[in-house]
Design a protein around this ligand. Structure first.
Ligand SMILES: C[S@@+](CC[C@H](N)C(=O)[O-])C[C@H]1O[C@@H](n2cnc3c(N)ncnc32)[C@H](O)[C@@H]1O
Length: 259
């Protein structure tokens, strides 16, 4: 019997188990299969973006880093036409499995790095969803500027570097290099390189495209977006006590400045 062939009748679980042990999220109940533990298909963060964007029915959404399509599912359920860009080959294929099993009919998944796409596309979207991606970027200032090209409405959930939070937990000491600064938005932004270390060994690793990423401080993130004309921000929460580092959920709009 060939090990890479299936030898039983088709089922959702059989398809999901192609990536057994690599799933982060649970799948919508209608799929009828067991995957990971996180309820990313029923995530209040996405509801916040949708509400703050004034709904997404028949509107275009670009999603960065869909992972396993849980948020894509929510955005489609809310009526959006979604394009989602994923660079991790296993994550991309997991998205396609979910797309087929649900099925998703108004979502399209692109395999590749979203940064060069954002920097070169002429497409504009009604809402850009950037959940869980900024703190995985090797050059987050460049990513923020690229994001600002494609939409006037951005939903972000991201970890950020809060000095007091980091100082309170020794877990972070070995992950971060000493800070450095870059000039952006007329200020010196303090940047913090985070090394992935042993997380890279997990088959379901779902960080960024390099073996380290750079975290920014929240004020600097808002300043870089502010320089690009994003002047209307609503912060849903800023959780300084999160076990994996401070994180904020916010939506930001460009109301005034010409692009
Ligand atoms: C931490 S997960 C976040 C998943 C989901 N968006 C969420 O908020 O739960 C980051 C995802 O972004 C993808 N990703 C990170 N950097 C990327 C890049 N430069 N281009 C495309 N996908 C990327 C990862 O492969 C992973 O699927």
């Amino acid at each position: 019997m060939l090990a890479w062939y299936a030898h039983v009748a088709p089922s959702s679980q059989l398809a999901v188990d192609i990536f057994e042990g690599e799933w982060s999220g649970a799948l919508p109940p209608e799929v009828g299969a067991t995957a990971g533990a996180m309820y990313l298909y029923a995530d209040p963060r996405i509801n916040f973006f949708i509400e703050r964007a004034g709904g997404v029915t028949d509107r275009s959404v670009l999603e960065l880093g869909p992972l396993e399509a849980g948020h894509t599912y929510m955005l489609e359920q809310a009526g959006a036409h979604v394009t989602a860009i994923e660079a991790n080959s296993h994550a991309f294929l997991k998205c396609l499995i979910v797309k087929e099993l649900v099925p998703l009919t108004r979502a399209r998944f692109l395999f590749g790095d979203f940064l060069p796409y954002l920097e070169t596309t002429t497409e504009r979207v009604d809402l850009l969803v950037a959940s869980g991606v900024l703190y995985h970027a090797p050059d987050p200032v460049r990513l923020l500027r690229a994001m600002a090209r494609v939409s006037d409405s951005i939903g972000l959930w991201t970890h950020h570097f809060d000095a007091a939070t980091m100082a309170s937990n020794q877990y972070f000491d070995r992950l971060f290099d000493p800070p450095f600064t870059v000039e952006a938005a007329g200020r010196q932004c303090t940047m913090h390189r985070r090394n992935y270390l042993e997380s890279l060994e997990f088959a379901g690793f779902c960080g960024g495209p390099e073996d380290s990423a750079v975290w920014m401080e929240l004020d600097d993130i808002l300043a870089v977006l502010g320089e690009a004309g994003f002047d209307d921000v609503e912060v849903s929460y800023n959780d300084l006590a999160h076990p994996y580092g401070a994180c904020a959920l916010f939506h930001i709009k460009r109301l005034t400045m010409a692009r």
